[in-house]
Design a protein around this ligand. Structure first.
Ligand code: HEM
Length: 133
């Protein structure tokens, strides 16, 4: 998905530049994204079990400077890829259900990441105020 998204937004590739995932095919990045969404969908009624995973991924995203406005394109490409893989089995109902799951999970990440960005900013401000910065 990330790779398909980059065709439209080559600038989104930047976040991946310094990571082990710059080798997309070998890195299994699309698989990781898809399996996180699957894990989320199957844990929808016990999200606390996924809290550690969400926290881990949110930290990765914040290190890569991912922003909320990047989520819709990745979601769109995920659904497109699912349609390609599933073919006729990808009914409107199934695709709509996954769209909803993606959008709910995206909100979870966006919120977790906003909190981390705020905490990082605060730490930075505290350092400046204390003269260590
Ligand atoms: C609900 C949507 C998303 C899910 C479930 C998701 C999931 C993941 C997962 C599982 C990882 C790997 C973490 C690891 O290996 O430790 C990851 C890494 C990453 N994701 Fe996402 N992601 C989402 C949205 C996005 C978006 C919108 C972008 C923007 C282009 C993005 C960019 C990245 C980058 C750059 C990394 C690599 C960070 C690193 O290597 O340190 N992700 N994501």
């Amino acid at each position: 998905m990330y790779e398909i998204a980059f065709q439209e937004r080559p600038d989104y590739r930047l976040g991946f530049g310094n990571t082990f995932m710059q080798h997309f095919d070998g890195g299994g990045q699309a698989k990781k994204l898809a399996s996180s969404i699957y894990a989320y969908a199957t844990h929808i009624d016990k999200l606390d079990e996924l809290a550690a995973a969400v926290d881990h991924i949110a930290h990765r995203h914040v290190n890569a400077r991912i922003l909320p406005e990047q989520y819709p394109l990745i979601g769109e490409k995920l659904l497109q890829a699912m349609k390609e893989v599933l073919g006729a089995a990808a009914t409107d109902e199934i695709i709509d259900a996954w769209r909803e799951a993606y959008s709910a999970l995206a909100s979870v990440f966006i919120e977790a990441e906003a909190k981390l960005y705020r905490e990082n900013d605060q730490k930075h401000l505290d350092r400046l105020a204390s003269g260590d910065g």
